[in-house]
Design a protein around this ligand. Structure first.
Ligand code: NAP
Ligand code: MG
Length: 401
């Protein structure tokens, strides 16, 4: 059989620990036998980032901008404990995801892979719900303080042009806590564009929610920018028969619970943080959560939502086999290959990505799965826990068929 040819390389960002092991296996067993894989390889493993003073992360993000599509393996974000574990580290390097997101100015979309044998906790959810979280500003970049005496807090903005604006926050008669936060028009606009773009790409409705009845100026600005930007996408939405829908966050929560799923829910930073944990937990397992970073001008970086699965990696190093779930990482590859196929007009590549996804789903629906999923299956469903290698072999067998 002839391998599927590619014209433009995928930007391949390798990573750390157990996911790096799975990465290699997925390529060897599921992709290389069928695709004449073209990638531009960047090693984002911790030691490679250290050796290049993190330049490799920046280069990978720039390549993502150049070529349009990347696939990324999970990576270690070093903390104090990692500094002890890897004494050669010269710095506590920043999160690669944060660096890439800042360079692409993108928004992260997370969606669960759903199965008929694993039902979400919310019984009426029939289709995945994709959460888009605005990952800039608000409480995550706020200035906080605590004061002990009675008094007044005022907020002053000093313009570079010498102008000034001041408002009174509150007068208090005793100890109090305070918080000053911000967001930028440019960031909100990029967020809006990424959301509209992704809704069109995936042909799903887009919901957006804030609390503009209370935060009239702050959240009102979000609502207004989304409305303005939507005008540039309205025709595409109409042509596809999809909808943009704005509602209050309280109303959105109630509607989400009653819904059948199958839409994108765009959330402000804090709402997205909290709601994505709720939605992903209700759907089942972190190991089944896909993630894609989309820039406002349509560059894509596909990855798994989970981390490097450190605990499994240490077992692996001791020579034990592990039952680590490769689904989200496989779907990062299929997402990227499919997008590459769409952009380059290679239908065989898109078809291959779909077939690989189907082989994965068929394997799971046949009851062959990693340990984390077995416990989540419906009562009466017969599931067998296998290790990662056996699981990949079972997928490869179905793919071969
Ligand atoms: P994690 O790697 O997501 O793993 C946490 C736990 O969730 C695992 O110990 C495992 O539970 C379960 N799990 C996650 N993915 C799984 C999979 N594919 N198959 C089976 N079980 C899975 O999170 P972490 O342990 O907090 O973080 C480890 C490292 O990952 C950290 O250095 C962190 O910086 C990094 N990280 C990277 C990214 C990224 O690159 N996108 C995201 C998050 C974290 P059991 O142990 O109970 O089996
Ligand atoms: Mg969270």
């Amino acid at each position: 059989m002839e391998k599927i040819r590619m014209t433009t390389p995928l930007v391949e960002m390798d990573g750390d620990e157990m996911t790096r092991i799975l990465w290699r296996m997925i390529k060897d067993k599921l992709i290389l036998p069928y695709v004449d894989l073209k990638t531009e390889y960047y090693d984002l493993g911790l030691l490679s980032r250290n050796a290049t003073k993190d330049q490799v992360t920046v280069d990978a993000a720039l390549a993502n901008i150049k070529y349009g599509v990347a696939v990324k393996c999970a990576t270690i974000t070093p903390n104090r404990q990692r500094m002890e574990e890897y004494p050669e580290l010269t710095e506590m390097w920043k999160s690669p995801n944060g660096t890439i997101r800042a360079i692409l100015d993108g928004t992260v979309f997370r969606a669960p892979i759903t199965l008929s044998c694993i039902k979400p906790v919310v019984r009426n959810w029939e289709k995945p719900i994709t959460i888009a979280r605005h990952a800039y500003g608000d409480v995550y970049k706020a200035a906080d303080m605590y004061t002990e005496v009675p008094g007044e807090c005022v907020m002053t903005f000093k313009g570079d042009d010498g102008s000034e604006k001041t408002v009174s926050v509150m007068k208090v008669d005793g100890p109090a806590v305070w918080q000053g936060m911000h967001n930028k028009d440019s960031s909100i606009r990029s967020f809006a564009r990424s959301c509209f773009q992704y809704a069109i790409d995936t042909k799903q409705d887009l919901w957006f929610s804030t609390k503009d009845t209370i935060a009239k100026t702050y959240d009102g600005r979000f609502k207004a920018i989304f409305e303005e930007e939507f005008e540039n996408y309205r025709k595409s939405f109409d042509d596809l028969g999809i909808e943009y829908f704005y509602t209050l966050i309280d109303d959105a929560v109630a509607r989400v619970i009653r819904s059948k799923g199958g839409y994108i829910w765009a959330c402000k930073n804090y709402d997205g943080d909290v709601m994505s944990d709720m939605v992903s937990t209700a759907f089942g397992s972190l190991a089944m959560m896909t993630s894609v970073l989309v820039s406002p001008d349509g560059k894509y970086e596909y990855e798994a939502a989970h981390g490097t699965v450190t605990r499994h990696y240490y077992k692996y190093l001791k020579g034990e086999t592990t039952s680590t779930n490769p689904m989200a990482t496989i779907f990062a590859w299929t997402g990227a290959l499919n997008k590459r196929g769409e952009l380059d007009g290679i239908p065989e590549l898109c078809a291959f990505a779909k077939k690989l996804e189907k082989a994965c789903m068929d394997t799971l629906e046949a009851g062959i799965m990693t340990k984390d999923l077995v416990a989540l299956t419906e009562p009466g469903f017969e599931a067998r826990a296998v290790n990662s290698e056996e699981f990949l072999a079972a997928i490869a067998e179905r793919l071969e068929d």
